[in-house]
Design a protein around this ligand. Structure first.
Ligand code: PAF
Length: 281
């Protein structure tokens, strides 16, 4: 752990700073506008690693046309304060030119896991995520990297890419942090107005109702999805995009729940798209 937090922008600055840090190194990749969910990853890395690096980069290649890249919330001074308080040693804040210099043309595509769910709703999203995460891994070369369970498909894609590309990095997936009404913490919650924020609690109520049905013994995916739909239908501001009951590892939809199952959903609340999930079994 270093005396005071170092901030790097270029690759050269990053590598110079990394030489000052003792391993094992934990990496917490983020897109900034940090909340308690991100900080819980940084704190976990702080507990498990000798040095902690956080990256802050709003990765343009994981946003589709018409998505919220230009208005994605940012607050670098606030983020740096929070990271310093969480005991982070080094913050890497690359510019788009550092990670995607002119003429950039190399991509990482986790073919099958990237297709359903978020991949179907946001074509190209996981190619952008897998590419930038690979680049962060290559540049920082951590022993451990920390991601949130809230982005369950992203976690599956990153676990797969780490295996497929032989990264000697342990991928640590940390629990979703929630607000008092169960809403999963997300930088995008800042888009919600007061009515939408109240309405957004419906995502977790829907997941909770499905969990309760599962705990009463229901094992048919259709019945669990119907339970979720019924709860969502009670909220006029909610417009579901997909509801899914899928195998935890392959993300293939299941009819009957036997093994570990990922119950997930994407719902528009007004114009804000929110995702959430729980794991059953
Ligand atoms: O989860 C995120 O914040 C981003 O998708 C990640 C992993 C930092 C890649 O840009």
């Amino acid at each position: 752990m270093s005396e005071s937090m170092i901030i790097a922008t270029s690759l050269q600055e990053l590598w110079q700073a990394l030489r000052l840090l003792e391993g094992p190194l934990g990496l917490v990749p983020t897109m900034g506008y940090l909340h308690e969910g991100h900080l819980s990853l940084a704190r976990r890395a702080r507990q498990e690693c000798r040095s902690v690096v956080t990256s802050i980069f709003v990765n343009p290649t994981q946003f589709g046309p018409g998505e919220d890249l230009s208005r994605y919330p940012r607050n670098l001074p606030g983020d740096l304060q929070l990271l310093e308080a969480a005991g982070v040693d080094l913050v890497w804040v690359p510019t788009p030119e550092v990670l995607y210099p002119p003429g950039y043309q190399t991509w990482v595509d986790v073919e099958l896991l990237s297709q359903p769910l978020e991949g179907a709703a946001r074509p190209g999203h996981f190619r952008g995520v897998a590419t930038v995460v690979s680049k962060l891994f290559n540049a920082v070369r951590p022993e451990k990297a920390y991601f949130g369970q809230k982005d369950a498909q992203q976690a599956a894609v990153i676990r797969q890419l780490a295996r497929d590309l032989s990264y000697p990095i342990e991928i640590v997936i940390c629990p979703t942090l929630r607000e008092a009404d169960g809403l999963a913490m997300s930088s995008r919650n800042s888009y919600l107005n007061a009515d939408e924020r109240r309405a957004a609690g419906v995502l977790y109520r829907a997941l909770g109702a499905a969990r309760a049905a599962y705990e009463r013994g229901e094992r048919h995916a259709a019945a669990l999805l119907q339970t979720m739909s019924a709860i969502l239908a009670e909220e006029p501001l909610a417009r579901p995009q997909y509801l899914s009951c899928a195998d935890y590892d392959t993300l293939a939809e299941v009819e009957t729940l036997n093994e570990k199952t990922l119950l997930s959903l994407a719902v528009f609340i007004g114009s804000t798209r929110l995702i959430d999930n729980i794991v059953l079994g």
